[in-house]
Ligand binder design. Structure first.
Ligand SMILES: NC(=O)c1ccc[n+]([C@@H]2O[C@H](COP(=O)([O-])OP(=O)(O)OC[C@H]3O[C@@H](n4cnc5c(N)ncnc54)[C@H](O)[C@@H]3O)[C@@H](O)[C@H]2O)c1
Length: 249
Protein backbone atom coordinates (compact mmCIF):
# COMPACT_ATOMS: atom_id res chain seq x y z
CA UNK A 1 0.00 0.00 0.00
CA UNK A 2 3.05 2.28 -0.18
CA UNK A 3 2.14 5.60 -1.79
CA UNK A 4 -1.58 4.84 -1.48
CA UNK A 5 -4.19 6.85 0.40
CA UNK A 6 -7.07 5.51 2.50
CA UNK A 7 -10.16 7.27 3.87
CA UNK A 8 -11.73 5.80 7.01
CA UNK A 9 -14.95 7.03 8.60
CA UNK A 10 -15.42 6.43 12.30
CA UNK A 11 -11.66 5.96 12.46
CA UNK A 12 -11.08 7.52 15.87
CA UNK A 13 -11.46 4.21 17.68
CA UNK A 14 -12.90 0.69 17.48
CA UNK A 15 -13.05 -1.14 14.14
CA UNK A 16 -12.34 2.05 12.18
CA UNK A 17 -9.35 2.93 14.36
CA UNK A 18 -7.84 -0.55 14.03
CA UNK A 19 -8.41 -0.47 10.26
CA UNK A 20 -6.75 2.94 9.95
CA UNK A 21 -3.69 1.57 11.80
CA UNK A 22 -3.70 -1.53 9.57
CA UNK A 23 -3.69 0.69 6.45
CA UNK A 24 -0.76 2.66 7.87
CA UNK A 25 1.15 -0.50 8.82
CA UNK A 26 0.95 -1.55 5.15
CA UNK A 27 2.28 1.83 3.97
CA UNK A 28 -0.81 3.95 3.23
CA UNK A 29 -1.45 7.50 4.41
CA UNK A 30 -4.82 7.89 6.07
CA UNK A 31 -7.64 10.45 6.19
CA UNK A 32 -9.94 9.91 9.16
CA UNK A 33 -13.41 11.44 9.44
CA UNK A 34 -15.04 11.08 12.84
CA UNK A 35 -17.60 13.00 14.87
CA UNK A 36 -15.38 12.78 17.96
CA UNK A 37 -12.97 15.61 18.79
CA UNK A 38 -9.37 15.01 17.72
CA UNK A 39 -8.13 14.39 21.28
CA UNK A 40 -10.38 11.32 21.52
CA UNK A 41 -8.49 9.90 18.55
CA UNK A 42 -5.04 10.63 20.00
CA UNK A 43 -4.14 6.96 20.45
CA UNK A 44 -5.05 6.02 16.86
CA UNK A 45 -3.34 9.09 15.39
CA UNK A 46 -0.23 8.44 17.51
CA UNK A 47 0.03 4.84 16.29
CA UNK A 48 -0.30 5.87 12.63
CA UNK A 49 2.39 8.54 13.02
CA UNK A 50 4.65 6.09 14.89
CA UNK A 51 4.45 3.89 11.79
CA UNK A 52 5.87 6.80 9.79
CA UNK A 53 2.66 7.50 7.90
CA UNK A 54 0.77 10.76 7.48
CA UNK A 55 -2.71 11.19 8.91
CA UNK A 56 -5.32 13.92 8.39
CA UNK A 57 -8.07 14.02 11.02
CA UNK A 58 -11.33 15.79 10.16
CA UNK A 59 -13.96 16.24 12.81
CA UNK A 60 -17.00 15.40 10.70
CA UNK A 61 -20.54 14.15 10.93
CA UNK A 62 -20.68 11.77 7.99
CA UNK A 63 -24.48 11.80 7.94
CA UNK A 64 -23.94 15.03 5.98
CA UNK A 65 -23.12 14.68 2.29
CA UNK A 66 -20.77 17.69 2.37
CA UNK A 67 -18.70 16.11 5.14
CA UNK A 68 -18.01 13.12 2.89
CA UNK A 69 -17.09 15.30 -0.07
CA UNK A 70 -14.72 17.15 2.28
CA UNK A 71 -12.99 13.89 3.22
CA UNK A 72 -12.31 13.11 -0.44
CA UNK A 73 -11.12 16.70 -1.03
CA UNK A 74 -8.79 16.47 1.98
CA UNK A 75 -7.29 13.22 0.70
CA UNK A 76 -6.63 14.76 -2.72
CA UNK A 77 -5.36 18.13 -1.44
CA UNK A 78 -3.15 16.78 1.33
CA UNK A 79 -1.99 13.41 -0.03
CA UNK A 80 -2.72 13.66 -3.77
CA UNK A 81 -5.18 10.80 -4.37
CA UNK A 82 -7.77 8.32 -3.05
CA UNK A 83 -7.21 4.57 -3.33
CA UNK A 84 -9.10 2.90 -0.51
CA UNK A 85 -12.31 3.87 1.25
CA UNK A 86 -13.69 2.32 4.41
CA UNK A 87 -17.30 3.26 5.19
CA UNK A 88 -17.34 2.24 8.83
CA UNK A 89 -18.91 4.94 11.04
CA UNK A 90 -22.00 3.61 12.68
CA UNK A 91 -24.12 3.32 15.77
CA UNK A 92 -27.14 1.27 16.70
CA UNK A 93 -30.35 1.61 18.64
CA UNK A 94 -32.08 -1.17 20.55
CA UNK A 95 -35.85 -0.70 20.66
CA UNK A 96 -38.87 -2.95 20.02
CA UNK A 97 -40.38 -2.41 16.57
CA UNK A 98 -43.77 -1.30 17.89
CA UNK A 99 -42.11 1.39 20.05
CA UNK A 100 -39.64 2.63 17.44
CA UNK A 101 -40.40 6.14 16.18
CA UNK A 102 -39.95 6.53 12.43
CA UNK A 103 -37.66 9.53 13.03
CA UNK A 104 -35.31 7.33 15.08
CA UNK A 105 -35.35 4.64 12.42
CA UNK A 106 -34.49 7.28 9.82
CA UNK A 107 -31.55 8.48 11.91
CA UNK A 108 -30.15 4.95 11.91
CA UNK A 109 -30.46 4.82 8.12
CA UNK A 110 -28.68 8.21 7.95
CA UNK A 111 -25.55 6.85 9.61
CA UNK A 112 -25.61 3.22 8.45
CA UNK A 113 -26.83 3.59 4.85
CA UNK A 114 -26.65 7.22 3.71
CA UNK A 115 -23.18 7.98 5.08
CA UNK A 116 -21.81 5.05 3.08
CA UNK A 117 -23.73 6.13 -0.01
CA UNK A 118 -22.34 9.68 0.15
CA UNK A 119 -18.73 8.67 0.71
CA UNK A 120 -18.59 5.79 -1.74
CA UNK A 121 -20.13 7.99 -4.44
CA UNK A 122 -17.80 10.95 -3.83
CA UNK A 123 -14.78 8.64 -3.72
CA UNK A 124 -15.83 6.69 -6.82
CA UNK A 125 -16.08 9.93 -8.82
CA UNK A 126 -12.54 10.81 -7.81
CA UNK A 127 -11.22 7.29 -8.49
CA UNK A 128 -12.74 7.33 -11.99
CA UNK A 129 -11.17 10.75 -12.62
CA UNK A 130 -7.71 9.73 -11.43
CA UNK A 131 -7.81 6.28 -13.13
CA UNK A 132 -6.09 3.12 -11.93
CA UNK A 133 -8.96 1.64 -9.96
CA UNK A 134 -9.63 1.60 -6.22
CA UNK A 135 -11.33 -0.28 -3.44
CA UNK A 136 -14.43 0.55 -1.41
CA UNK A 137 -15.23 -1.48 1.70
CA UNK A 138 -18.34 -1.18 3.84
CA UNK A 139 -18.53 -2.41 7.41
CA UNK A 140 -21.85 -4.23 7.47
CA UNK A 141 -22.82 -6.76 10.15
CA UNK A 142 -24.14 -10.24 10.75
CA UNK A 143 -27.33 -8.27 11.44
CA UNK A 144 -27.61 -7.80 7.67
CA UNK A 145 -28.40 -11.48 7.20
CA UNK A 146 -30.17 -12.30 10.46
CA UNK A 147 -33.16 -10.57 12.01
CA UNK A 148 -31.97 -9.89 15.57
CA UNK A 149 -34.89 -8.59 17.64
CA UNK A 150 -35.19 -4.94 18.69
CA UNK A 151 -32.89 -3.68 15.96
CA UNK A 152 -35.14 -3.44 12.92
CA UNK A 153 -33.73 -0.22 11.47
CA UNK A 154 -30.10 -1.28 12.02
CA UNK A 155 -30.69 -4.74 10.54
CA UNK A 156 -32.49 -3.37 7.50
CA UNK A 157 -29.97 -0.59 6.92
CA UNK A 158 -27.06 -3.07 7.07
CA UNK A 159 -28.87 -5.35 4.57
CA UNK A 160 -29.27 -2.33 2.31
CA UNK A 161 -25.54 -1.66 2.57
CA UNK A 162 -24.76 -5.18 1.32
CA UNK A 163 -26.98 -4.75 -1.71
CA UNK A 164 -25.65 -1.26 -2.41
CA UNK A 165 -22.13 -2.72 -2.43
CA UNK A 166 -23.13 -5.53 -4.82
CA UNK A 167 -24.66 -3.02 -7.22
CA UNK A 168 -21.74 -0.60 -7.01
CA UNK A 169 -19.39 -3.51 -7.70
CA UNK A 170 -21.22 -4.22 -10.96
CA UNK A 171 -21.27 -0.61 -12.08
CA UNK A 172 -17.68 0.22 -11.22
CA UNK A 173 -16.00 -2.93 -12.50
CA UNK A 174 -15.19 -1.31 -15.87
CA UNK A 175 -13.12 1.23 -13.91
CA UNK A 176 -11.40 -1.51 -11.88
CA UNK A 177 -12.96 -0.06 -8.75
CA UNK A 178 -14.00 -2.84 -6.40
CA UNK A 179 -16.73 -2.76 -3.75
CA UNK A 180 -16.99 -5.32 -0.94
CA UNK A 181 -18.34 -5.51 2.57
CA UNK A 182 -17.50 -7.19 5.87
CA UNK A 183 -19.99 -8.80 8.23
CA UNK A 184 -18.43 -8.70 11.70
CA UNK A 185 -19.87 -10.79 14.51
CA UNK A 186 -19.60 -9.40 18.04
CA UNK A 187 -16.44 -7.30 18.30
CA UNK A 188 -15.02 -5.78 21.49
CA UNK A 189 -15.04 -2.04 20.77
CA UNK A 190 -15.64 1.10 22.84
CA UNK A 191 -19.04 1.43 21.16
CA UNK A 192 -20.14 -2.03 22.37
CA UNK A 193 -18.92 -1.28 25.88
CA UNK A 194 -21.00 1.93 25.91
CA UNK A 195 -24.08 0.10 24.51
CA UNK A 196 -23.94 -3.03 26.68
CA UNK A 197 -21.65 -2.16 29.63
CA UNK A 198 -18.30 -3.72 30.59
CA UNK A 199 -19.77 -6.66 32.50
CA UNK A 200 -21.84 -7.92 29.58
CA UNK A 201 -18.96 -7.53 27.13
CA UNK A 202 -16.44 -9.17 29.48
CA UNK A 203 -18.71 -12.14 30.16
CA UNK A 204 -20.45 -12.31 26.77
CA UNK A 205 -17.59 -14.11 25.06
CA UNK A 206 -18.17 -17.28 27.08
CA UNK A 207 -21.47 -17.77 25.27
CA UNK A 208 -20.00 -17.40 21.80
CA UNK A 209 -18.89 -20.39 19.71
CA UNK A 210 -15.30 -19.14 19.63
CA UNK A 211 -15.27 -18.47 23.39
CA UNK A 212 -14.48 -14.78 22.98
CA UNK A 213 -15.51 -11.61 21.19
CA UNK A 214 -13.65 -10.60 18.06
CA UNK A 215 -10.89 -7.99 18.14
CA UNK A 216 -11.07 -4.79 16.06
CA UNK A 217 -7.68 -5.71 14.54
CA UNK A 218 -9.22 -8.91 13.14
CA UNK A 219 -11.67 -6.80 11.17
CA UNK A 220 -8.89 -4.41 10.14
CA UNK A 221 -6.98 -7.33 8.62
CA UNK A 222 -10.09 -8.27 6.62
CA UNK A 223 -10.41 -4.69 5.38
CA UNK A 224 -6.80 -4.68 4.23
CA UNK A 225 -7.26 -8.04 2.49
CA UNK A 226 -10.27 -6.74 0.56
CA UNK A 227 -8.34 -3.62 -0.43
CA UNK A 228 -5.37 -5.60 -1.74
CA UNK A 229 -7.28 -8.49 -3.40
CA UNK A 230 -7.46 -7.41 -7.03
CA UNK A 231 -9.86 -10.19 -8.12
CA UNK A 232 -12.40 -9.84 -5.29
CA UNK A 233 -15.45 -7.65 -5.81
CA UNK A 234 -19.13 -7.72 -4.85
CA UNK A 235 -18.25 -10.03 -1.98
CA UNK A 236 -19.26 -10.13 1.70
CA UNK A 237 -16.53 -11.36 4.04
CA UNK A 238 -17.96 -12.70 7.30
CA UNK A 239 -15.58 -12.43 10.26
CA UNK A 240 -17.61 -13.72 13.20
CA UNK A 241 -15.84 -16.66 14.86
CA UNK A 242 -18.68 -18.90 13.68
CA UNK A 243 -21.29 -16.70 15.41
CA UNK A 244 -23.84 -17.28 12.66
CA UNK A 245 -23.29 -21.03 12.28
CA UNK A 246 -26.38 -23.05 13.10
CA UNK A 247 -25.75 -24.69 16.49
CA UNK A 248 -27.36 -27.79 17.96
CA UNK A 249 -30.06 -26.71 20.42
N1 LIG B 1 -18.60 -3.95 17.45
C1 LIG B 1 -19.41 -4.84 16.91
O1 LIG B 1 -19.76 -5.87 17.53
C2 LIG B 1 -19.91 -4.65 15.51
C3 LIG B 1 -20.48 -5.75 14.85
C4 LIG B 1 -20.94 -5.61 13.55
C5 LIG B 1 -20.82 -4.40 12.92
N2 LIG B 1 -20.26 -3.32 13.58
C6 LIG B 1 -20.16 -2.07 12.84
O2 LIG B 1 -18.82 -1.63 12.87
C7 LIG B 1 -18.78 -0.21 12.72
C8 LIG B 1 -17.89 0.37 13.80
O3 LIG B 1 -18.43 0.06 15.06
P1 LIG B 1 -17.56 -0.06 16.39
O4 LIG B 1 -18.08 -1.25 17.12
O5 LIG B 1 -16.12 0.07 16.09
O6 LIG B 1 -18.13 1.23 17.17
P2 LIG B 1 -17.41 2.42 17.96
O7 LIG B 1 -18.53 3.21 18.55
O8 LIG B 1 -16.35 1.91 18.88
O9 LIG B 1 -16.75 3.24 16.79
C9 LIG B 1 -17.57 3.92 15.86
C10 LIG B 1 -16.90 5.22 15.45
O10 LIG B 1 -17.80 5.89 14.55
C11 LIG B 1 -17.88 7.24 14.93
N3 LIG B 1 -19.14 7.84 14.50
C12 LIG B 1 -20.39 7.55 14.95
N4 LIG B 1 -21.30 8.34 14.37
C13 LIG B 1 -20.61 9.15 13.51
C14 LIG B 1 -20.99 10.18 12.61
N5 LIG B 1 -22.27 10.56 12.48
N6 LIG B 1 -20.03 10.80 11.89
C15 LIG B 1 -18.73 10.43 12.02
N7 LIG B 1 -18.32 9.46 12.86
C16 LIG B 1 -19.24 8.83 13.59
C17 LIG B 1 -17.74 7.22 16.43
O11 LIG B 1 -17.39 8.49 16.96
C18 LIG B 1 -16.67 6.15 16.64
O12 LIG B 1 -15.37 6.68 16.60
C19 LIG B 1 -20.23 0.26 12.77
O13 LIG B 1 -20.71 0.46 11.45
C20 LIG B 1 -20.95 -0.92 13.40
O14 LIG B 1 -22.31 -0.96 13.02
C21 LIG B 1 -19.81 -3.43 14.85
Amino acid sequence: MAGRVAIVTGGARGIGGASAIEFASRGADVVIGDILPREKAAETIGKIEALGRRVAYLESDVREQNANVALVDAAVQQFGRVDYVLCNAGSGLRRPFVELEAADARRIFDIIFWAGYYLSQAAAKRMIEQGGGGSIVFISSVHSVRGYANAVAYNAAKAAVNHMARTIALELAPHKIRANWIEPGWIDTPGERILFGDKMVDEGGQHLLWGRLGKPEEIGQGVAYLCEADYVTGYGLRIDGGYTLPRPS
